[in-house]
Design a protein around this ligand. Structure first.
Ligand code: ADP
Ligand code: ZN
Ligand code: ZN
Length: 813
């Protein structure tokens, strides 16, 4: 920013859509820059704001001044400002909140109110002549100052503001505005080195002499390292500094998220198809924006393509951003990238601690990390000179964030590439219908890998019709005899088995055997799942849990039948069938602890696991050469979801999980158990035929006018009061209808579906409704929603009824 700029545009992390103008006083002007945070007065508070740019020539009357500049270096490059603006506008989310969502958490500071006891207050407390609530308040703050919001929490009744005011007036308490500290900070480590001029050596103790010798030999050393050699070092360095032998100083260090070190590797010789893909992408390096869709069957070596493209770009001085759907896969991708590129790899994902994230962020900003690998939030990585944004497994629904800023990182990759005039590369064995349609309409260019590397064949898939075992009792109902036999053979050969069941827990459908009442969540309209390991019924939507010995709510019987199979029960059954096999299970329940996913994957890699049972977590992109059998316990679970993408999801999931088999030298096979062997999603997955699936599915989408033939915005309405929620939903529905009617020519292409009650009618005590807006183009749909919002500047939410706008929704239930 030019130093003479007096006025700046600031975004604040509050639910407001506009930005604000502030002026920088002379003393701070030199420190202000785009991407830095400033402390600003806002209403009666002081809060953090983000500097977005200078503002020229304005006629505002009263402009407030910035109180402080909080960063010595910008937190994001100025080139990201248009990206943030685009996101705010497209996803209908306040700009300052977009910036906050992008930055590593815990950095911001804001005002809070602190209450403390005065000496008069102490005297009043001692006198004992106080009314009960005053006494409670004063005793709460007696031990020391207390935050206002904590005081409210600790005192069980409503504290009238007038009472606090009067206590303050009487001089019994003191209220002060304080600034909270940032929770995330740079880590500084103590280092020591020899002083430039030292006193002549007098007699030193053995340990002190050892320290001096170490420093003489190694120059500078951290106190941590020093302590490993001289355990008492921490106590000794201060006196040594005082005596003039050494100096102590602080250095910024980065918390190391990696742990183990990795053997370096080098580029592989590419096969013909891989080489062609790499050459094509490289030929576009200097030609501006373009998006490629790399459609390569499972095990065709897409990652090697990414690596070699990245290598070329790095050589030409540009940076690479790689998005991967989830943490388990990030570690795999990270290993491969670090083996190839070493220390210039940075990672960003939610598995890092706040401090580690902040450190990685700084390394990226400083240009130290030039390849960034991360989950969806890494789309905000503050890279300057991006050459390509790679999105692996681009079809994966974890790129969509639900809640808060509802964005899709895959789509944002394309947007950011367009803005930066660089390349985007989307890869998948089972591309999303949307992306593949974009190659058909030539918005994207298609690159294909039709074969697995080194002539390995795709696994053979056999269908088992579950309708035939419907009446079987016990294990045989879930593990058919062909599957059981195949497992036996695989284990005997010393190979590994993967069993896939997309439902966790023990029993997902507990029912009273006397009156037939299902065990339901108290807060949601959903069946509870029994988790044997934690001895409780749990709700997968709100976390509610009740003891496993609970009785039926209706008739009080304790005879609960445990219907519905989950991974926990499946694991138990398999253990009975194959008592000598080493089993592990991978689902949300077994992977909550940090590092647990890595441990599970390590078991597969080291061959200390024979059978892995898991949910969709095991379906994604993993590369384990010794898995030669994949068993799909029930292929139908996602088919019946009330969602236009149900077929697409089912196909992707099945084709992906099948693709885990036979990735090594030995061929793989898959046994797919289903109640719907003739359904086209399942049949296409059996044949691993994406094109067949696409051709069927695209016909449906066209006939029903669903994306990619239209664009969709879902209004998600929820509230604790069923009547209020329903009423507001209908008001909102009427508003939509009358807006459409008032400009019928302009909004002809808008279709309003609903209001309807959501399929999950209640989650976490909130009643849920939906309105679906379909438009023939994104522009028209946005014009419509913009007008709806500007007609109601205070927002669409009302009286405890919340309205969330979900642009391009994924989770439709
Ligand atoms: P995909 O992501 O397409 O499923 P991967 O990139 O995981 O496939 O590749 C599968 C395996 O093949 C990996 O172990 C990888 O190291 C190996 N591989 C990739 N390209 C080659 C090649 N050209 N020659 C030999 N092996 C390769
Ligand atoms: Zn009952
Ligand atoms: Zn619940």
């Amino acid at each position: 920013m030019k130093p003479d700029t007096r006025y700046i545009e600031v975004a604040v992390a509050l639910p407001v859509f506009q930005t604000f103008t502030y002026s920088a006083p002379e003393s701070l002007a030199a420190f202000v820059a785009i991407g830095k945070r400033v402390l600003i007065p806002f209403g009666r508070r002081r809060i953090t704001g983000y500097v977005l740019g200078p503002i020229q020539g304005l006629g505002h009357k009263e402009i407030k001044t910035v109180l402080d500049v909080l960063d010595d270096q910008p937190l994001f490059p100025s080139a990201m400002v248009p990206f943030f603006r685009w996101i705010s506008d497209y996803y209908k989310y306040p700009l300052g909140e977009v910036v906050k969502n992008a930055l590593p958490g815990g950095l911001n500071i804001r005002d809070y109110v602190q209450v403390s006891l005065t000496t008069d207050g102490q005297a009043a407390l001692d006198s004992g002549q106080l009314n009960p609530i005053t006494k409670q308040i004063l005793s709460q703050v007696q031990p020391g100052p207390c935050r206002m919001n904590e005081l409210y929490k600790k005192i069980d009744q409503n504290i009238p503001a007038a009472l606090l005011y009067s206590l303050e007036q009487q001089g019994l308490i003191l209220r002060k505005q304080k600034l909270s500290k940032a929770r995330t900070k740079a880590r500084l480590e103590r280092y020591v080195r020899l002083a430039d001029t030292r006193p002549a050596a007098v007699k030193l103790t053995r340990s002190r002499k050892k320290i001096i010798d170490l420093l003489t030999a190694s120059g500078e050393i951290s106190v941590g390292q020093l302590k490993e050699i001289v355990p008492t070092a921490a106590a000794l360095i201060k006196p040594l500094e005082k005596a003039g032998y050494l100096t102590i100083h602080y250095k910024r260090v980065y918390r190391d998220p990696f742990g183990e070190s990795i053997e370096p590797d080098s580029a592989r010789a590419l096969n013909r198809e891989q080489a062609k893909a790499v050459a094509t992408i490289c030929s576009y390096f200097t030609k501006g924006y373009k998006t490629f869709l790399l459609k390569g069957v499972t095990g065709s070596g897409k990652t090697e393509v990414y690596l070699q493209v990245a290598d070329e770009l790095l050589k030409s001085g540009r940076c690479v951003l790689v998005l991967v759907p989830e943490i388990a896969l990030i570690t795999q991708m990270e290993r491969r990238f670090r083996a190839r590129f070493g220390d210039c790899v940075g990672v960003l994902h939610s598995g890092l601690s706040a401090g580690e994230r902040y450190d990685q962020w700084t390394r990226i900003l400083g240009g130290e990390a030039r390849v960034v690998i991360g989950a969806r939030s890494a789309i905000f990585a503050p890279l300057e000179n991006i050459g390509i944004i790679i999105v692996d497994e681009e079809h994966d629904s974890s790129y969509k964030q639900e809640g808060k800023l509802r964005y899709n990182a895959r789509d944002l990759a394309v947007v950011r590439a367009k803005q930066k005039d660089c390349l985007a590369l989307l890869g998948s064995a089972t591309p999303s219908i949307q992306s593949y349609y974009n190659t058909v309409t030539e918005k994207f260019s298609e690159l294909i890998l039709t074969k697995r590397v080194e002539q390995r064949s795709l696994p053979e898939i056999r269908i088992v019709d579950l309708r035939e075992t419907r009446d079987t009792r016990g294990i045989g109902r879930y593990i058919s005899s062909p599957l059981r036999q195949a497992m036996q053979e695989t284990l005997e050969r010393g190979e590994q088995v993967l069993l896939f069941l997309n439902r966790r827990g023990y029993a997902s459908f507990p029912v009273c055997s006397v009156c037939g009442q299902p065990m339901r969540c108290k807060h949601c309209d959903i069946s509870l799942t029994l988790h044997q390991s934690s001895n409780a019924y749990r709700c997968h939507y709100c976390g509610f849990s009740r003891s496993a010995v609970s009785k039926c709510d209706v008739c009080g019987s304790d005879k609960i039948k445990l219907l519905g199979l989950g991974t926990e029960k499946l694991e138990g059954m398999v253990a009975k069938l194959f008592p000598r096999a080493r089993l592990s299970r991978m689902d949300r329940d077994t992977t909550t602890r940090k590092g647990s996913v890595l441990k599970l994957l390590k078991g597969l890699r080291d061959n200390t696991t024979d059978i892995l049972v898991g949910t969709q977590m095991v379906a994604k992109g993993h590369d384990f050469p010794n898995i030669t059998l994949v068993g799909i316990i029930c292929a139908d679970l996602s088919l019946s979801f009330p969602d236009f993408r149900a077929g697409e999801r089912t196909f992707q999931l099945l084709a992906q999980v099948a693709g885990r088999a036979g990735r090594g030298k030995r061929p793989g096979r898959v046994i797919l158990q289903t109640y719907n062997p003739d359904h086209f999603s399942i049949d296409a997955a059996r044949q691993q035929d994406f094109t067949a699936f696409y051709n069927q599915e695209i016909g449906f989408r066209n006939a029903l006018n669903y994306p990619p033939f239209s664009r969709v915005i879902q209004l998600k309405i929820s509230g604790k009061d069923p009547r209020e929620t329903k009423k507001h939903t209908h008001t909102l529905g009427d508003l939509c209808q009358s807006l459409k009617a008032s400009e019928s020519a302009r909004y002809q292409g808008i279709e309003i579906m609903g209001p309807i009650e959501a399929s999950l009618t209640r989650i976490a005590r909130r009643y849920r409704w939906q309105i679906l807006l379909k438009g023939s183009s994104a522009r028209m749909l946005h014009r419509f929603i913009n007008q709806l919002m500007s007609d109601h500047p205070a927002g669409l939410s009302r009286h405890q009824v919340q309205v969330a706008i979900d642009v391009d929704p994924f989770f439709m239930m």
